[in-house]
Design a protein around this ligand. Structure first.
Ligand SMILES: *Cc1c(COP(=O)(O)O)cnc(C)c1O
Length: 364
């Protein structure tokens, strides 16, 4: 029996998501210790002590189902963003919400539009449904909004835009992005994925757009700046009618009780967020200066990672770094075979990467 014969054809053609290599796996495979992981855009500070205390407290109730409506977390989000509770959909990570949005609105006859060099989850959730993914060519490694606008058809149900973008870190200015959203037909949803928004300059309040554009959905996550990637919690903000539909498809207990407790506290931990941003800004300077010194080009980034052109087969450089206990992310699967994506770590971690890379490339 070849089960590919009975699976959806779109699924048999799906490229599985390739996650960053876990530290334990590298330890097992190469026998190296003292590993530095700069591969998954995680927060190098680790979780905040206030969040850890909340998780410990919540762990006493592990025998109970979580609050399926996530009331406390939704209330905290509504307060922070000045929105109503019925505009919020919680997810087991924002990946979960992205998938639920696709399953709520997209059928096999529809099209989903996204850019070249953008987040791998968009094609996965699209193809899993059997819908057609339409890829707009990128400009300078980022979204070309004109090219995207030209590819909208009667069948385009969802447009995914990551801002800042992953894996390139590129950023769309708010005025250009809003002009694009304003011109998208109302029957096409725009999903603005702001997983890295906290690292940017924060001068624009995209939340205020929700009141103007009913077809806009904004997604955010606790996995990056809030340091909770392991707990899996993210959310979508939208028009209440859209949220009502998405919430029907969502599994009733998709966010676990520890994640709910942690995220609710994390949202109020401003000091942690400031330290996160400062650490990232300093690390970004450190890494870009090192790239300049080595004569390596990089894509200007507004996120917590930087994508570097190593001018050779990046997979080989990735492997050589692994041997030395440094995990980064090759992005050949995204069509960038000479680039490595490097998450910003602590100063010592960044330096370990820089020194190891310089040795491998002979650019010391
Ligand atoms: C990391 C990331 C997310 C967040 O994923 P979670 O499921 O919330 O951990 C979403 N979108 C993009 C573009 C990302 O890079």
């Amino acid at each position: 029996m070849n089960f590919c014969d009975i699976a959806l054809q779109s699924v048999t053609q799906l490229q599985p998501y390739v996650p960053g290599k876990p530290i334990e796996e590298l330890e097992r495979q190469y026998g190296v210790t003292n590993i530095v992981k700069l591969a998954s855009n995680e927060n190098p500070l680790g979780p905040s002590p206030r969040v850890l205390a909340a998780v410990q407290q919540a762990s006493k109730s592990l025998s109970l189902y979580p609050d399926g409506n996530g009331f406390s977390l939704k209330s905290a989000l509504a307060e922070k963003y000045q929105l109503e509770l019925n505009q919020i959909t919680l997810g087991n990570g924002s990946n979960d919400v992205l998938e639920i949005i696709a399953r709520t609105f997209v059928s096999a006859e529809d099209e989903v539009l996204y850019s070249q060099y953008t987040f791998a989850v968009y094609p996965i959730v699209t193809q899993a449904i059997g819908a057609k993914g339409v890829v707009a060519p990128a400009v300078d490694f980022g979204h070309d909004l004109d090219a995207m606008a030209n590819l909208i058809t009667d069948r385009t149900k969802v447009i995914f835009i990551a801002n800042p973008n992953n894996p390139t870190g590129t950023y769309l200015a708010a005025d250009k992005l809003e002009a694009f959203v304003a011109n998208v037909p109302q029957q096409t949803l725009v999903v603005l994925d702001e997983a890295y928004v906290e690292y940017g300059d924060q001068d624009v309040d995209t939340m205020s757009w929700l009141a103007i554009y009913p077809n806009l959905i904004i997604t955010r996550t606790f996995s990056k700046a809030y340091g909770l990637a392991g707990l899996r919690v993210g959310f979508a903000l939208s028009n209440p009618d859209v949220a009502d539909l998405i919430n029907r498809v969502r599994q009733p207990f998709n966010v676990n009780s520890l994640a709910l407790a942690a995220a609710t506290v994390a949202l109020t931990d401003d000091d942690y967020l400031v330290e996160t941003k400062n650490t990232n800004d300093a690390g970004m300077k450190q890494l870009t200066a090192a790239c300049d010194a080595m004569g390596l080009a990089y894509i200007p980034s507004k996120a917590n990672f930087i994508t570097v052109d190593v001018e050779t087969n990046a997979n080989e450089v990735f492997e050589a770094l692994l041997q030395q206990g440094v995990i980064v992310r090759p992005i050949g699967g995204y069509g960038l075979p000479q680039h490595l994506r490097v998450s910003i770590g602590l100063e010592s971690e960044n330096q370990r990467f820089i020194d190891t890379l310089a040795t491998i490339l002979g650019r010391t």
